[in-house]
Ligand binder design. Structure first.
Ligand code: UDX
Length: 459
């Protein structure tokens, strides 16, 4: 079975390399010739642990090739995965389906033997049925081309492991033959015990957006409680630990802080609301608007806290540690950290940023900041430090170590990874998201109930 993967971003490049790892002959297609040239040399144009090794291995073995030609892909492949982007449409919540549509049409026009098109992109419910009609209207006569949906749940930073050993496989199919083809594609995972849910198109499409909506809701839920503990006192991490021990709730995705960002969660909850409105059920998804609001308010709160700790942001020097939307990624799409940096700059602060992988992408989007290559360079002249992405090297920071590198003793922990009492004991003022900030805590001490430590650091 020959497999093509249309679109070679995070999703497509990972899927292509993993399909080669599973033993298939794979052809990746992208309309960007620079990307194709780079991938063909085994060079990954973004940061993703474990993927470069897999890419190089299979480019070398000849099992994985890349092209810009739909003609080549259409004549060659038996199963065509579509992994192009569905970004938020400018000025609206809805998803921009133009890349999926044009990939499907281009494929359908160029397929010269019976084949199955399998969508992996995150799409509005109803897309597969619509694409089936597009394929029917554009395919060559005499060639059988069917469409299925197989949503992808990979997390950036864990893309390879999530693709090779997912929690579950979900397929939306309308014929047993198509299910049989997909069972063959995923035979290794199925033999390893990965559950497969085979269902209709609509359910398969909804599984993906429902999962992301749930995860976004879980994060915003705990962040909503941060808004309460910041006013009344209490410790958000201990609260999360305690409710997370209830197996029905679970501790994962209850880390309070500056909130969620990235190329998926924010745009997916907006696209879901837009689609629900089109379907006349906007009231059913209205709660997601509140989740989005809670999430965006965390960024405002971080800026307010910085202002509170400095007196004024104007002409202040701020160091930001971490600008990627999450650790182990260079992705800054809808990064809360970069948004906070921009807001601080707009209020007159001078911002120095260090991220182990995200500097380049951030500097392309927000060139107004200073980008430096170490924590030390970022904090040296700073009046205040903001720790905004929980990279391991920032988790390992100690008050003693940081005190040698900077004159300031003020830090905001945007991810709740520091032990505030330990830092306060070393003379630092620690602003947290989810704990009440007390201006003189480092000097006069803080009432114990406000700095109650959780027994273990947040995972
Ligand atoms: C997400 C989904 O997890 C994945 O299944 C889907 O395929 C794509 O979208 P990803 O965007 O890679 O994956 O990141 P994820 O690990 O989900 O984190 C999303 C955002 O939420 C990050 O900004 C992260 O920092 C934030 N987050 C996560 C929290 O603020 N608190 C948490 O407890 C967990």
């Amino acid at each position: 079975m020959r497999i093509t993967v249309i679109g070679t971003g995070y999703l497509g490049a990972t899927h292509a390399a993993c399909m080669a790892e599973l033993g298939f002959e794979v052809l990746g297609l992208d309309i960007d010739p620079t990307r194709v040239a780079s991938l063909s040399e085994g060079l990954l144009p973004f940061h993703e642990p474990d993927l470069p090794a897999l890419l190089q291995k299979h480019v070398k073995s000849g099992r994985l090739r890349f092209t810009t030609s739909y003609q080549e892909a259409g004549a060659w492949g038996d199963v065509h995965f579509i992994g192009v982007g569905t970004p938020q449409r400018a000025g609206e919540g809805a998803a921009d389906m133009s890349y999926v549509d044009s990939a499907t049409i281009s494929l359908a026009r160029n397929i010269t033997k019976d084949a199955l098109i399998v969508g992996k992109s995150t799409v509005p419910v109803g897309t597969t049925r619509r694409l089936k009609n597009l394929v029917r209207d554009n395919k060559r006569p005499g060639v059988k081309v069917n469409v299925a949906w197989n949503p992808e749940f990979l997390r950036e930073g864990f893309a390879v492991v999530d693709t090779l050993t997912p929690d579950r496989l979900v397929i939306g199919v309308d014929s047993p033959e198509d299910e049989a083809v997909l069972r063959k594609v995923y035979a290794t995972a199925l033999a390893g015990g990965v559950p497969l849910i085979s269902t209709d198109f609509e359910t398969a499409e909804l599984v993906k957006v429902a999962a992301n909506a749930f995860l976004a809701t879980k994060i915003s839920f705990i962040n909503a409680f941060s808004e309460v503990t910041e006013v009344i006192g209490g410790d958000i991490t201990t609260l999360a630990d305690a409710i997370g021990l209830d197996a029905r709730i679970g501790r994962r995705f209850l880390n309070a802080g500056i909130g969620f960002g990235g190329g998926c969660l924010p745009k997916d909850i907006r696209a879901l609301q837009a689609r629900a409105a089109e379907l006349g059920v906007d009231h059913s998804m209205r709660f997601l608007d509140e989740m989005d609001g809670i999430n965006l308010r965390r960024r405002e709160r971080t800026v307010d806290l910085a202002r509170e700790m400095l007196g004024s942001l104007s002409q202040s020097r701020i160091a930001i540690l971490g600008v990627a939307f999450k650790p182990n990624s260079d992705d800054v799409r809808d990064s809360p950290a970069l948004d906070i940096a921009n807001r601080l700059f707009d209020e007159g602060a001078e911002v120095s940023i260090f991220d182990p992988a995200g500097n380049l992408n951030a500097s392309r989007r927000s060139p107004q900041h200073h980008y430096v290559s170490s924590t030390e360079d970022a904090v040296r002249e700073a009046d205040l430090i903001l720790l905004l992405t929980e990279w391991d090297e920032f988790k390992a920071l100690t008050p003693e170590g940081l005190s040698v590198q900077t004159g300031t003793r003020k830090i905001i922990d945007g991810r709740n990874i520091l032990r505030p009492q330990v830092w306060a004991d070393s003379g630092w003022s620690v602003g947290s998201l989810g704990r009440r900030y007390v201006a003189d805590q480092a000097i006069e001490g803080t009432p114990s109930e406000q700095l109650q430590m959780s027994s273990s650091p947040a995972p």
